[in-house]
Write a protein that binds this ligand. Structure first.
Ligand code: SF4
Ligand code: SF4
Length: 107
């Protein structure tokens, strides 16, 4: 299973619902719900086109940094979940704040 599965198909890093960014940053401060979190690495395909061939190792992303320390999976800004699911609030987000980490679980 890929480390980062993502339904945000209008992101430049997304190929077949898997993230191919070099690194993904999830943020959300003191989130209490998954909708308080977001993927800071989102880039709108309309502006950045397809970047899934630009990765260092051309494989799916397995580098994940997360600042949401209110999540049970967060230990020292690393995510200990086997994998995460990233979704969006609407069909095609225009800005990163419309995305979220659906795997978030409040401590
Ligand atoms: S929204 Fe985030 S997790 Fe999803 S493909 Fe883009 S960079 Fe990767
Ligand atoms: S599951 Fe929790 S620790 Fe992992 S990326 Fe999502 S919010 Fe961060």
């Amino acid at each position: 299973m890929a480390k980062i599965n993502c339904s945000v198909t209008n992101c430049s890093h997304n190929k077949s619902a898997i993230c191919y960014a070099n690194i993904v940053n999830i943020s959300g401060g003191a989130a209490t719900k998954e909708c308080n979190t977001c993927c800071d690495s989102f880039l709108d395909y309309k502006h950045y086109s397809n970047l899934t061939n630009n990765t260092n190792d051309s494989g799916p992303c397995d580098a994940l940094v997360c600042s949401v320390e209110t999540c049970v999976y967060n230990h020292n800004k690393a995510c200990t979940a086997d994998g995460i699911q990233v979704d969006s609030h609407g069909d095609e987000p225009k800005i990163y704040t419309e995305t979220n980490c659906a795997t978030f679980k409040h401590r």
